[in-house]
Design a protein around this ligand. Sequence first.
Ligand SMILES: NC(=O)c1ccc[n+]([C@@H]2O[C@H](COP(=O)([O-])OP(=O)(O)OC[C@H]3O[C@@H](n4cnc5c(N)ncnc54)[C@H](O)[C@@H]3O)[C@@H](O)[C@H]2O)c1
Length: 486
Amino acid sequence: MHTRIDRRTFLRTGSALATAMAMPTILPRNVFGANEKLNIATIGALGKGQSDTHNVADLHNIVALVDADMNRAEAAAKGLAKFYESRKSDTKVEAKLYTDFRKMFDAQHAGIDAVIVSTPDHTHFPAAMWAVRHKKHVTVQKPMCNYIGEVRALHKAAKAAGLVTQMGNQGRTMDGQRAVKEWIEQGAIGTLKEIRLWTNRPIWPQGPLHKHTAETPAGLDWDSWLGQEVEEPYFTFDDGKHDAPKADEPKKKGRRGNAVAPFNWRGWWAYGSGALGDMGCHIMDATFNVLGRRIPVKIEAKSSEVTDLTAPVWSELVYHFAASDTLPALKVTWHDGSKDGKPNKPERDPLVPEEAFAKASSGMIFIGTEGTIFEPEAYCSDPKIYSEERRKDVEAMIKSGKIKQTEARSKYPGNPQKEWAQGIVEGFTPSSNFDYSAPLTEFVMLGNLAIRSGQAVSWDTTTGKVTNLESANRFVNRPAYRKGWE
Ligand SMILES: NC(=O)c1ccc[n+]([C@@H]2O[C@H](COP(=O)([O-])OP(=O)(O)OC[C@H]3O[C@@H](n4cnc5c(N)ncnc54)[C@H](O)[C@@H]3O)[C@@H](O)[C@H]2O)c1
């Protein structure tokens, strides 16, 4: 029988995590040789977790693979064996398999140095917290957590424990977003006036959805999958237009079906964070860095129907940033999904070529008084300055040293997991460590707070509270935690 604890009790516990719940006898292992192999456990072993694991497996030992679905844990183990084979690796360590990360920590924590968390968004928090309590260095996929209160509690606990941390937003390790910051700071597009961001997500079901209780697939430890969330049976769902798939119905090619797991949890507030939470930590990353890693003061939202359970099929947001020492007050807009059968995109800036803009399913536009930067992808890997004339001028300024490289480049571009693992053994701070990625995630998730509130919200980042609408504060923290997963 599971019981729920209220939010206040949780927050008291959460804020005291770094002290009361930490295990004072365990210290993080912080001293490693630069060539030392870490013992790493992955939680959420298939899906994105598989590539995250392979990203470090050429240099480090994978000693445990945890997946709520044992069939998927076994598939991940086979995938890892193939990876070793393809690399002609001499790795002899065999990963032990689990469906419940708590049992993995009970059995193996003494032999583990670091933990990768690539589960659905909602279980980033408990899985990473378990790692922090056991003083294990930790990397989590994006978004860091799907509630701002959890982002803050995890950041605080990991910092107090002195751990090396990282979020899996790969764009942060690439050169592109660093170049954009350098160009803007050194006047390449004049004074920055506005930023427009968009994505074609969701490419999974969102909007009002109807649940249908279904048999839990063989091999899936549903209790473990649910983690801290309120107990409910495994389910499929329909959107009122398409029926939920029958249990024995073969999956149509190219369709993932309408079962909540794997993958389709993204549109459910309890488990995912909608299109914004899925792509925001990528697409807003360069913006966050360019604007001086600040948090917006007010967020306006418009969207299609949003329910207590699910995210909308499209949304439009305006994030307002106060003026800083170097930048005027400005707006960052976000568009997602499709509207009236068409991709829901912002207005094209006249300097951005029409064809390139039409092709960009996700992207970003930085508009300045003397030019525009356009990036047609989510990670800001290849940003370009427009007009072409202006670009040539800027290229000449870079060549002559008038515009300089001021941002340190990552040694592991495109591979945040390796950057993190090597940060642990080589002794440097990974670029999306929680001091960076916690406020980035807060910035992103404030959009969901406005979407769920159905109106503009003003935010005080010092107190972590909405100041103009008390009822919106109920979306800051997860409403309840199941016993055994707090
Ligand atoms: N950085 C990127 O480019 C990128 C790309 C895709 C996904 N992601 C992120 O990776 C995470 C996983 O996404 P996905 O698409 O792989 O999801 P998924 O549902 O396809 O796979 C998640 C895996 O974790 C397992 N799992 C679920 N709950 C678990 C638990 N409590 N303990 C252990 N294992 C559990 C599932 O069985 C499944 O194998 C998400 O947070 C997502 O946002 C990041």
